[in-house]
Design a protein. Structure first.
Length: 108
C-alpha cells in the first residue's frame, strides 16, 4: 500500500500532512486529514512523529474545534513573548518607567 521513502522525505511529508489539516475547508475535512496524518505516522514509525501524534491525539477535540470558531490567542501569545524578551533585556534598567516605555514602544 505505502512505499518506503528515505527518512528525510518521509519526515517532510508528515510535516506537510500535519500542516494541511489547518488548510482544510471545514471540520469534517480536517478530521479526515488528521486521521490520514495518524495513519501515515503509524506507518512511518519515526519516534519523533509518533510522540507528536500521541500528543495531538490528546488534543484532537481542541484542534478540530478551531473549524467551529477559527480564532486563536496567537496575537496575545506574541505580545506576551515580546514583553518577556524585553524584560530579559531590561535587566539593570534603573526604573520601571524605562521598562514600561520599552514595552509600549515595542507594542506600537
Amino acid at each position: 500500500m505505502f512505499e518506503r521513502q528515505p527518512v528525510i522525505a518521509e519526515a517532510w511529508a508528515l510535516k506537510e500532512a500535519f500542516r494541511s489539516i489547518y488548510r482544510a475547508s471545514d471540520r469534517r475535512e480536517a478530521e479526515r486529514r488528521l486521521d490520514r496524518f495518524f495513519a501515515a505516522v503509524e506507518h512511518a514509525q519515526l519516534p519523533a512523529f509518533t510522540a507528536v501524534a500521541d500528543g495531538v491525539r490528546l488534543w484532537r477535540a481542541e484542534l478540530v474545534a478551531y473549524f467551529d470558531e477559527p480564532t486563536t490567542n496567537g496575537y496575545a501569545e506574541g505580545v506576551i513573548n515580546k514583553v518577556k524578551v524585553i524584560k530579559r533585556r531590561a535587566n539593570g534598567l534603573p526604573s520601571f518607567d524605562g521598562f514600561r516605555e520599552r514595552v509600549l514602544l515595542a507594542s506600537a
